[in-house]
Write a protein that binds this ligand. Structure first.
Ligand code: 5GP
Length: 142
């Protein structure tokens, strides 16, 4: 299985497709999922061209997961969530649809179920507001 540089997240990394950015540094980019399965559903992707969990170099994976924890904590705080669900799908058989490694961070509340896969696209105003709230928490920590 090879890395296809024409995938949609590679285009977001190159700035060719817009996103509601939450966080960026030398190792990762994080942005809101446009079809959120929970309020505040966001994605963290490494900048290195990895297809999924199965081909990323261990050091790049370690750098990515450190940022996943940082952003999960900020999202939980910013949105007043009670918990976090972390998802990562590798290969089509594993549920992967976009073939650039990504971690899903899903803020959760007691008794509130995740939406089924492929919900309607979210209102961009709402995504922008959520991203701004999470960014504000992250910026307050730096
Ligand atoms: P997976 O590959 O883990 O099954 O899911 C890919 C995820 O990417 C889905 O949750 C989907 O909503 C999200 N997604 C697909 N296309 C775009 C896009 O153009 N922008 C953003 N922000 N998210 C996307």
């Amino acid at each position: 299985m090879h890395y296809d540089p024409n995938n949609i997240f590679a285009k977001i990394l190159e700035g060719k497709i817009p996103c509601h950015k939450v966080y960026e540094d030398d190792a990762v980019l994080s942005f809101m999922d446009i079809m959120p399965r929970s309020p505040g559903h966001l994605l963290v992707i490494p900048k290195t061209p990895a297809r999924n969990l199965l081909d990323i170099a261990p050091d790049d994976l370690a750098a990515t997961i450190r940022r996943v924890q940082l952003i999960a904590l900020a999202a939980k705080k910013a949105l007043g969530a009670e918990g976090i669900t972390l998802q990562q799908f590798s290969e089509a058989a594993g549920g992967q649809e976009v073939f650039h490694l990504h971690f899903h961070i899903l803020p959760r509340w007691e008794g509130v179920r995740l939406a089924a896969p492929h919900p309607p696209q979210a209102d961009h105003k709402v995504l922008a507001e959520q991203a701004a709230k999470i960014r504000a928490v992250l910026e307050g920590q730096s």
